[in-house]
Design a protein. Structure first.
Length: 365
């Protein structure tokens, strides 16, 4: 959590949202707290139904919290209707006006706000430049591609210069290549405008590529908040570990704590360590998470940690190796094909492996 209140754009404080349609109450958000910094590209990531859109709608003011508060730059805006908040939203379906031109679409919100004509014209020009659509200003929405519509939707939302831009799965309608191009484009727009972006997605790769920080959500809770590298390399929860990328989940027993870290025992096998956060009583059962690309394979040498190779899958840039460990657990390791030397290993080989202590995460649940 950030502690410099000046730099906090959005502060979500112990917010719950309960929907009740008469047939029973449903808790969509359960006591959620979160600080999002000014100029941050912040992503809410989680599976369908976890409460991402609900949290975004509360920040926008389309919904009110059942409990708790949401502050924007330190102010409680509960009484302020959505259109008066310094917040704007880009919706999944863009919500553009098809009968209007690109320029008219961008100008629309500014006209509603009663801005002077001269200011509207210069802002529309500035926005067309920003999204690189100047030459198409007079085209109608029906005459442009999906990717171009996406740019217009962004330009229209950025035109009133909101302090916070909310983006609800804005790339989901685009094909894969366009989506990747727009990821780079969105990041550029955020850096260029300095506006806080709060981006909602269920796509972990999208979240990892673009975000300064990510909040991983599940069942109305925020499980973990952190920079992409932290979330990926040091998941604290089984759900976070499994939701983001491929991972080995292993059962281990704590051994002694020493200066290099905490010793871990996998069945009868020792030699693995993790960076110990605090003293752990020897004998405690622990759940570990290790990324397959962090497993270092040493070949058929006699080391402490070993596994029986079950299957080898060639993936072009890398190869995936499936092992069974002596205690029966499964382990997957990925190795860049450029790193390979010597003969290819085959099923049945006993291969030594290791992992650096900072690559071994201990899960809290
Ligand atoms: P998705 O990725 O599918 O949009 P989400 O994570 O954005 O999912 P929300 O739209 O926030 O999820 O919904 C969270 C939960 O709250 C869901 O189970 C949903 O059915 C429920 N919910 C959302 N809005 C309402 C509503 N107006 N009335 C009742 N339940 C609702």
């Amino acid at each position: 959590m950030r502690n410099n209140t000046d730099s906090i754009a959005v502060s979500v404080r112990e917010v719950s949202k309960i929907f009740d349609d008469g047939s029973g109450a449903f808790v969509a958000l359960d006591n959620v707290s979160l600080d999002i910094g000014s100029n941050e590209f912040f992503t809410l990531l989680g599976p369908s139904g976890c409460g991402k859109t609900t949290l975004l709608r509360l920040i926008a003011g389309f919904e009110q919290p059942s409990q708790g508060q949401i502050l924007l730059h330190g102010e409680n805006l509960e009484q302020l209707p959505p259109f008066k908040r310094p917040v704007n939203t880009v919706f999944q379906n863009y919500a553009l006006f098809p009968h209007m031109t690109i320029a008219q679409n961008i100008a629309f919100g500014l006209e509603m706000l009663g801005r002077p004509r001269q200011e509207i014209n210069s802002t529309v020009d500035e926005m067309l430049d920003l999204v690189q659509m100047k030459s198409l200003a007079d085209r109608r929405i029906t005459q442009i591609s999906g990717g171009q519509q996406q740019r217009v939707a962004l330009a229209r939302a950025l035109a009133p210069k909101p302090k916070v831009l909310l983006l609800d799965e804005p790339l989901s309608a685009l094909d894969l290549q366009l989506r990747k191009d727009m990821q780079i484009e969105l990041k550029r727009l955020q850096l260029e405008t300095g506006i806080t972006f709060i981006f909602v997605t269920h796509d972990q790769e999208e979240a990892l590529t673009m975000s300064d920080r990510i909040a991983v959500m599940q069942g109305g809770h925020i499980l973990q908040v952190g920079p992409p590298r932290d979330i990926y390399e040091h998941p604290q929860h089984r759900f976070v570990a499994g939701f983001i990328g491929e991972i080995n989940l292993l059962q281990a027993t704590a051994g002694k704590t020493n200066p290099e870290g905490l010793d871990l025992q996998l069945g009868e096998m020792s030699g693995l360590k993790t960076e110990a956060k605090s003293q752990v009583t020897p004998g405690t059962k622990l759940a570990l998470a290790i990324r397959p690309e962090r497993i270092l394979l040493a070949g058929p040498d006699k080391e402490q940690l070993s596994g029986k190779l079950i299957n080898v899958v060639y993936h072009g840039t890398d190869t995936l190796y499936h092992f069974t460990l002596p205690d029966g657990q499964s382990l997957r390791a990925r190795r860049q094909n450029t790193d390979k030397t010597g003969p290819e290993w085959k099923s049945g080989d006993i291969i030594s492996w290791s992992a650096k202590p900072d690559s071994v995460a201990v899960l809290e649940d």
